[in-house]
Design a binder for this molecule. Structure first.
Ligand SMILES: [Zn+2]
Ligand SMILES: [Zn+2]
Length: 385
């Protein structure tokens, strides 16, 4: 039976069942794979068939402790909530009046759809929406306040979608939001870092891609500090000019020595270590800037006098605002850096607990663990083109 290409793209190519497989959170650390109805896209929304999703340290935090996820102002436990937020996939259905995307487009997603009506959203700071978690006003944060991506399908606001080129694999596309978070941090610090010096503390996923993004923006030098040689070696592969193992050298002295005896212009703090803010402040020149992209779990003592006397600026960032993910995607699409270097392990969706264990315990030196929902379908897509 003859079908036009358009007809195939809109109907037969992506049949949507009524129910899907989804992991839901019961009590703390209780995940079960259940069947759920597939959500329907509303105005300004699309239905995304999830093809791959990366595990984030925050997912592990949510599954253990609930926070920072919050459903209708309360705990996410025992609410049928699906966690997971670093996913990509294929658009299979458009909401009413959506013409910005087409069925069949490959996309990766930002976590936060701001309400679009508050002051912060108007300023591009939709990750700090003043109506955070208020669904009736249009706010969504998939995997935090609304259902996330450890499932076969999810609904997304069109403002959270980033088109992905066919030259980028599903697994790599899940890393765009991580690179976008690093990009957002550097944006908030002033954005233009060509020729300026940057230290990244902590070679986790955001720190490693922070090195790559800083280098791509022209920072010079980029210095990475951490405690594990293998991770620091990855940092070198991603563009660090110097690496410092702080178990063997004094971090501040080592950074200054590698920067010609001077302090640096910016520090991107991605370790969450208790003394990191004080260490970062001492790595800086007067008037330098610190971006905090991680945090310790307990309150810490801070040498405020040192910050004040040296005119040090301290910024906290939440997530990936100001469309930073689009800028990160452009670097990745143009192969300015290879984010795939941090993707270490892949598991199918039904083995999510094992994927989480690899990420949490850093089994086999896992950095980014990706869960794929549709490996067979992805092969089918390539064959159809
Ligand atoms: Zn994340
Ligand atoms: Zn808002």
């Amino acid at each position: 039976m003859p079908t036009t290409a358009v007809g195939a793209a809109h109907s037969n190519q992506y049949p949507i069942p009524e129910r899907m497989k989804a992991w839901v959170l019961g009590g703390p650390e209780e995940l079960s794979l259940v069947e759920k109805p597939i959500p329907q896209p509303g105005p300004a929304e699309v239905l995304v068939r999830i093809d791959a999703i990366a595990v984030c340290a925050t997912d592990i935090e949510i599954i253990q402790h609930g926070v920072p996820a919050m459903i209708d102002g309360g705990s996410p436990f025992n609410r049928g909530f699906t966690p997971g937020h670093e996913y990509m996939g294929t658009i299979v259905k458009l909401g009413p009046m959506v013409d910005e995307f087409q069925v069949g487009n490959r996309v990766t997603v930002e976590v936060h759809a701001g309400c679009g009506r508050c002051q912060r959203c108007r300023e591009g700071m939709y990750t700090s929406c003043l109506n955070y978690g208020y669904r009736a006003k249009g706010h969504r944060a998939n995997g935090f306040s609304t259902d996330g991506g450890f499932a076969e399908y999810a609904v997304n606001n069109i403002n959270t979608l980033i088109r992905i080129a066919d030259t980028m694999s599903d697994e790599e596309a899940t890393l765009v939001v991580t690179a976008g978070t690093a990009m957002y941090g550097l944006t908030e610090l002033g954005g233009l870092v060509a020729g300026e010096s940057v230290v990244v503390i902590g070679p986790g996923p955001i720190g490693l891609l922070g090195v790559a993004v800083a280098k791509a923006l022209g920072a010079d030098p980029v210095i990475l500090t951490g405690t594990r040689d293998q991770r620091l070696a990855k940092g070198r592969e991603l563009g660090a000019d110097h690496v410092v193992n702080v178990t063997r050298e004094d971090a501040v002295e080592a950074v200054r020595r590698r920067n010609g005896g001077k302090g640096v212009d910016y520090v991107l703090e991605c370790s969450g270590a208790a003394d990191a803010l004080n260490v970062a402040a001492r790595m800086l020149n007067r008037g330098g800037k610190i971006c905090l992209a991680a945090f310790p779990h307990q309150p810490v003592l801070v040498d405020v006098a040192h910050l004040v006397r040296n005119n040090i600026y301290v910024y906290g960032i939440r997530g990936e605002g100001r469309s930073a993910t689009h800028r990160a995607e452009a670097f990745m699409r143009r192969k300015v850096f290879d984010a795939r270097k941090i993707h270490t392990h892949t598991f199918p969706l039904d083995q999510l607990p094992e994927a989480l264990r690899y990420a949490r315990d850093r089994v086999d030196d896992a950095i980014k663990v990706v869960v794929t929902a549709r490996r067979a379908a992805a092969v089918g897509r390539a064959a159809a083109e």
